[in-house]
Design a protein around this ligand. Structure first.
Ligand code: EPS
Length: 389
């Protein structure tokens, strides 16, 4: 089964990622990984940091002549901004008066600052915010885009996009295929499906920025052609919808996750929520609707997986809220770090990426994932078996 870990601080030298359990024989498209990283850097509403960074991945292990070896894949992404922080964020030089400037002592409400400091005993909250920063999600995107490439080899497609920004809900084009959705959302800088709403949302973000405030939103991920039977009903912790929810909630600033109709289903009759069963000789089993978002009993049922995530607004406000200085205990305004007005656009790629990772995890937990050709053959046989069931 694949697994991964990331390391690195926002203004440290680099981000590092190790991805284990990837099948041997996968040809990596490095340009496509970098395109995913570039997409994560973009989006209307981003702050100035992204003008400094130019995220590209370097592979230093687990790959030979562009093809995975089955050994751990070692990845790095440089933090260009480290050049401006090389003394303050130096990993090895001892602390001095000069290299401990820019201390953070006024925690931002809604950020990890205060509780992180309390838990780890840091008196400079920079030690918390450097790692809790969403900068880390660049590496999750690199790993997720690799998983997306593997999924494509297994004929599984997915896309994450923006369905709501602040108060504006976008026509989610739920009936479009992953391919059509990808075309629609990459035609604008908001990753939304409806081009008609771009101008109004730009206005909302610009006005919010001028007011020193921030915005959240809703992200939707759809994954198609996922075989039925991933995950298991046999124990609570083997339910794949639960594992996906945990991975999505693990993305910075997420406060809610829905599968299918989610909370709306709670207020409807059973007859309006259950998806009626159908079978055809050429296509096998399906459901007439997909209110349950591709899951029954914690297992994929072969219908498209639909996951939504609610992102809270960015906690760093240029018009800061009340805080308390951790040294003096005086009530003061929270500290202001350079930040984004909204990160909903990049977050939609991050959520897409973590869903891709969990799907590959489930596939490699279910089938032998040592070698890509064998995995493809095993999955093809499994799909045929399901169709005939
Ligand atoms: C972030 C604050 C900002 C964002 C950062 C996340 O960083 P900085 O203070 O360096 O401008 O730009 O996001 C990224 C660096 C990124 O690559 O997404 C935060 O506090 O979480």
């Amino acid at each position: 089964m694949i697994n991964y870990v990331t390391a690195g601080e926002s203004h440290g030298p680099q981000l590092t990622g190790i991805l284990t359990g990837l099948p041997a024989g996968l040809t990596l498209d490095i340009d496509a990984i970098n395109a995913g990283l570039a997409a994560r850097q973009g989006g209307f509403g981003r702050g100035n940091r992204q003008q400094i960074e130019h995220d590209v991945v370097t592979v230093t292990g687990g790959l030979r002549h562009g093809v995975t070896l089955g050994s751990p894949l070692a990845l790095t992404i440089q933090n260009r901004d480290h050049a401006h922080w090389s003394a303050i964020m130096n990993p090895t030089s001892p602390a001095t008066a000069e290299n401990t400037l820019r201390q953070v002592t006024r925690p931002r409400p809604g950020h990890a600052d205060l509780v992180g400091g309390m838990k780890y005993g840091h008196r400079d909250l920079r030690n918390v915010l450097e790692r809790s920063s969403a900068r880390e999600t660049a590496m999750r995107v690199a790993i997720g885009q690799i998983c997306k490439q593997l999924l494509a080899q297994l004929k599984i497609q997915l896309v994450g996009y923006v369905q709501q920004i602040g108060t504006i809900t976008v026509d989610d084009a739920a009936s479009l295929s992953v391919e059509a959705l990808t075309t629609a959302i990459t035609a604008n800088d908001l990753r939304i499906a409806d081009q008609q709403q771009v101008a109004a949302i730009h206005d909302l973000i610009t006005t919010t920025k001028k007011a020193g405030d921030t915005l959240g939103g809703v992200i939707r991920v759809v994954a198609t052609n996922v075989p039925a039977g991933l995950g298991s009903y046999t124990n609570w912790d083997t339910k794949l919808d639960g594992q996906l929810a945990a991975a999505v909630m693990g993305v910075n600033a997420m406060k809610g996750v829905e599968i299918g109709d989610g909370f709306a289903a709670a207020g409807r009759y059973g007859s309006q929520v259950m998806d009626e069963i159908d079978w055809h000789a050429d296509t096998g089993w399906s459901r007439l609707t997909n209110h349950l978002g591709g899951f029954e009993g914690g297992m994929t049922n072969g219908m498209p997986i639909i996951i939504k995530a609610a992102m809270k607004p960015i906690p760093t406000l240029y018009k800061p809220l009340q805080s308390v200085d951790i040294q003096t205990k005086a009530v003061q305004k929270a500290s202001v770090e350079r930040s984004d007005t909204t990160a909903i656009v990049p977050a939609s790629i991050v959520v897409e990426s973590v869903v891709a990772i969990e799907l590959v995890k489930a596939l490699t937990a279910t089938f032998d994932g040592s070698n890509l050709a064998r995995l493809q053959a095993t999955l093809a046989a499994y799909r045929s078996e399901l169709q005939a069931y």
